[in-house]
Design a binder for this molecule. Structure first.
Ligand code: GDP
Length: 389
C-alpha cells in the first residue's frame, strides 16, 4: 500500500522518520511522500532521515519556533492558520500513485494533538484517497493534562479520518523503564507492526508473488467502516531456505517441510497475535472487520494454516468480514502473523482515558477558580492602597 506520511509534533515526526528507515531497510517502497510538521524548531532538528526541506516549521509568528507547550487548542489554531504552508509541502507528492494518507501524532501533547485532526480534515476535503490517522495514547504516568489532551484529540481526530489506528504507550511501557528512555524501542515495535501491514501486497523487484495476495484494497476494505483499530503481531524464528531458481532448498537439499507443522505454526501465531499485546489493548469480540496477514518465506505460508487462522478469527471477533492472505518476504528469518482489528468497540482503555480526562478537566477548573480567589485575597489591602494608574 503506497502512502503519504504526515507526522505532526515530536512523536509524529520521529515515527514518520522511523517509517522511512524501515522502508529503506526492507526495500518495501511504501512511502511515496513524507513530511514532518512542528511548531518547535528543536524537534525538527532531531529528525534523522527526512530531508530538511521535508520538515515544516509552522506558527513562527505566534510561538517563534518554541512550540506550544501542551496547549492543543493553540496547536489546532496554528495548524489551521498555516495549512497552506503544510499543503505547499505536499504539492510535489505524486498523489495519483498513492493509495492513502497517514497522519501520525502523539495525542497527549500540543502540536500533534491539536494539529493532526486539522490536517486530516484538510486532506479529506481535497483528496478522494482515504485519510487514516495513527494516534499515540500517552502513558498514565504522564499526568492529567496529557490524558485530557489525548481524550479530546481522540474524540476530534476519529471524526476527521477514515479510520484511526491507535498505539497505546501505556500498554507498551517496559516495567522499570521510564517512558522517555524507552521511546526508541517503542517506535521500533510500532513501525514493525504497521510496516508489515502497509508493505503487504507491495511486490518487490525480484520478490516472490504471494499465492493469495493481500492487496491494498483488502486493507482499505478492512478499515472502511471507520472508528478505531488495533493491531496484533507475533513471530517465530525459522530456518530460511536458500532460493535457487524456481526451487527452494535447505543448504543444497531439496526442501521438505512437514505440512502439519507449517499449518500449526501459522494457526498458533494467529492466536498469539490476537490474544497477546495489541497496539491498543481491547476485547476482540465485537470487532467489525479483521484482516490476517501471514508473512515469511513462501514455503512456510501454508494455505490451510491461514484459512484455519481466518476461521478462528471469525469465531473470536464475531465478525463475518475476516480477510486473510500471504505476504512472502525473505531475509527476516521469521514467520509472522499480523492481525488488523478494524473498528474495535470493546476498549476499556478508551473508557478509562475519558474518565480520567473528565476528572482532570473538573480539577483544573476548580483549581483555576480557587487560585483566582486566593490571588484576589493576597492582593486585597482593604482598599488602603491605590494602583499608580
Ligand atoms: P507535541 O510535539 O506537542 O505534539 O507533543 P509530543 O509529540 O512531544 O508528545 C505527545 C505525546 O506523545 C507524549 O505525551 C507521549 O505520550 C508521546 N510521545 C512523545 N514522543 C514519542 C515517541 O517518540 N514515541 C512514542 N511512541 N510516543 C511519543
Amino acid at each position: 500500500m503506497k502512502l503519504v506520511l504526515i507526522g505532526i509534533g515530536q512523536a509524529g515526526g520521529k515515527i514518520v522518520d522511523e517509517f522511512i528507515a524501515y522502508d529503506a531497510a526492507t526495500g518495501a517502497n511504501v512511502v511515496r511522500g513524507a513530511i514532518a510538521v512542528n511548531t518547535a524548531k528543536a524537534d525538527l532538528e532531531g529528525i534523522d532521515h527526512l530531508p530538511r526541506d521535508r520538515r515544516i516549521l509552522i506558527g513562527q509568528g505566534r510561538v517563534k519556533g518554541h512550540g506550544v507547550g501542551a496547549d492543543n487548542e493553540l496547536g489546532a489554531e496554528i495548524a489551521e492558520e498555516d495549512i497552506d504552508e503544510i499543503q505547499g509541502a505536499l504539492d510535489g507528492v505524486p498523489v495519483h500513485e498513492v493509495d492513502a494518507f497517514l497522519v501520525v501524532a502523539g495525542l497527549g501533547g500540543g502540536t500533534g494533538s491539536g494539529g493532526a485532526p486539522v490536517i486530516a480534515r484538510h486532506l479529506k476535503r481535497i483528496h478522494t484517497e482515504p485519510v487514516y490517522g495513527l494516534g499515540i495514547l500517552p502513558g498514565n504516568d504522564e499526568g492529567g493534562i496529557y490524558t485530557l489532551n489525548a481524550a479530546r484529540s481522540l474524540k476530534t481526530f476519529v471524526d476527521e479520518v477514515d479510520n484511526l489506528l491507535v498505539f497505546d504507550n501505556d500498554a507498551w511501557r517496559q516495567t522499570g523503564e521510564s517512558l522517555k528512555g524507552g521511546y526508541d524501542a517503542l517506535n521500533a515495535e510500532l513501525v514493525k507492526r504497521f510496516g508489515v501491514l502497509f508493505s503487504a501486497g507491495e511486490i518487490r523487484a525480484g520478490g516472490d508473488v504471494a499465492e493469495s495476495v493481500v492487496d491494498s484494497s483488502e486493507i482499505i476494505n478492512t478499515l472502511a467502516g471507520g472508528g478505531i483499530s488495533s493491531l496484533g503481531y507475533a513471530e517465530v524464528d525459522v530456518e530460511e531456505p536458500e532460493r535457487q531458481g524456481l526451487l527452494s532448498r535447505f543448504r543444497g537439499e531439496e526442501i521438505s517441510l512437514d505440512a502439519t507443522q507449517t499449518t500449526n505454526r501459522i494457526t498458533s501465531l494467529v492466536r498469539k497475535a490476537t490474544l497477546g499485546r495489541l497496539t491498543l489493548p481491547c476485547d476482540v469480540s465485537g470487532t467489525e472487520r479483521a484482516l490476517l496477514v501471514a508473512a515469511g518465506p513462501p514455503e512456510y505460508l501454508n494455505r490451510k494454516g491461514i484459512e484455519r487462522g481466518r476461521k478462528w478469527l471469525e469465531e473470536q471477533t464475531g465478525s463475518m468480514e475476516v480477510r486473510g492472505g500471504d505476504f512472502p518476504r525473505r531475509g527476516e528469518g521469521t514467520v509472522a502473523a499480523l492481525v488488523l482489528l478494524g473498528g474495535v468497540t470493546n476498549v476499556p482503555r478508551v473508557k478509562e482515558l475519558q474518565q480520567v480526562a473528565v476528572e482532570a478537566q473538573r480539577n483544573i477548573g476548580e483549581i483555576t477558580e480557587e487560585s483566582e480567589d486566593r490571588f484576589a485575597d493576597l492582593m486585597d489591602s482593604d482598599d488602603e492602597l491605590e494602583s499608580l494608574f
